[in-house]
Design a protein around this ligand. Structure first.
Ligand SMILES: Nc1ncnc2c1ncn2[C@@H]1O[C@H](COP(=O)(O)OP(=O)(O)OP(=O)(O)O)[C@@H](O)[C@H]1O
Ligand SMILES: [Mg+2]
Length: 260
């Protein structure tokens, strides 16, 4: 079976438009996300990658167009109905903020305490399981202030998967980490895909990470997707805008602005 078959579409954005004042961020965006795949979205800073992810969980509503999750248009749901939909998503936010006043395990237990009526001893067992999955069982009792940047991201990831989501959204999961810590995160993204059979969407401008985790890569540019294909295909793309981005070179526009 073709993995890109319609039955395998879990999320679909249709003709989505979003502006903030006069700034058009998403300009008639169409996107299908396929079940079980890891889709990577790349694009310059400020192009709307985070805004796009927030549409998928209904944190931002489109000005026009639809956002389907398993066939249901979530752009039209009430806040209350959205809460239920959101429990099916794990969101690793850009910056991955933990609650500073709670230990690592209490951070992971938080969504379980909020959204389930399980006994607290069971909740703590689930939370430890999730910390074990990200290799951080031993920091369970520590406060966020005593964790490294990489450890904080992994605790945030354990929290994002606490409710066994069907979809994990990663917003810049490796930003600010050294190459080794970044690779630990990449390996975790691959492991969670394998073990939990989740659908993943990874927003990044770290091309090393993109190449390692992607089944499919899309590039957002000035409000539209200008590329949709495999790692091999993007590496071989002859589009100048894509080559500049993936090889990390400033374009003529930027150089002109800098008077270089
Ligand atoms: N709530 C908001 N109100 C007004 N403008 C916003 C809002 N959210 C985002 N924007 C603007 O929309 C544009 C896209 O923002 P977004 O955060 O999606 O960029 P991004 O691609 O995630 O960038 P980065 O790679 O730096 O994280 C930016 O110009 C930003 O200032
Ligand atoms: Mg962003």
């Amino acid at each position: 079976m073709n993995v890109n078959d319609n039955n395998n579409t879990i999320i679909e954005l249709k003709n989505v438009r979003k502006s903030f004042g006069s700034l058009v961020v998403l300009d008639d965006v169409n996107l299908k996300i396929y079940r079980g795949q890891t889709t990577v979205i790349i694009g310059e800073s400020g192009t709307g990658k985070s805004v796009l992810l927030k549409h998928i969980v209904g944190l931002i509503r489109p000005d026009a167009g639809s956002v389907f999750f398993e066939g249901e248009n979530i752009a039209k749901l009430s806040e209350r109905a959205l809460m239920t939909v959101r429990t099916k998503f794990g969101f690793l936010f850009q910056g991955g903020a933990l609650f500073d006043s709670m230990s690592a395990i209490d951070n992971v237990a938080f969504p379980l305490r909020e959204h389930t009526d399980m006994d607290d001893d069971i909740i703590l067992k689930v939370a430890i399981d999730k910390l074990r999955l990200v290799g951080l069982e031993h920091v369970a009792k520590q406060m966020p202030a005593s964790l490294s940047g990489g450890q904080k991201k992994r605790v945030a990831l354990a929290r994002a998967i606490a409710l066994n989501p069907q979809v994990i959204l990663y917003d810049e999961p490796t930003t600010g980490l050294d190459p080794i810590r970044s690779d630990v995160i990449n390996e975790l993204i691959l492991k969670l895909k394998r073990q939990l059979e989740v659908t993943s969407i990874v927003v990044t401008h770290d091309m090393k990470s993109a190449y390692k985790v992607a089944d499919r890569i899309l590039m957002l540019y000035k409000g539209k997707f200008i590329f949709d294909g495999t790692v091999e295909q993007i590496k071989n793309s002859t589009d100048e805008r894509i080559q500049q981005f993936i090889t990390g070179q400033a374009g003529q526009e930027e150089l002109k602005l800098l008077k270089i």
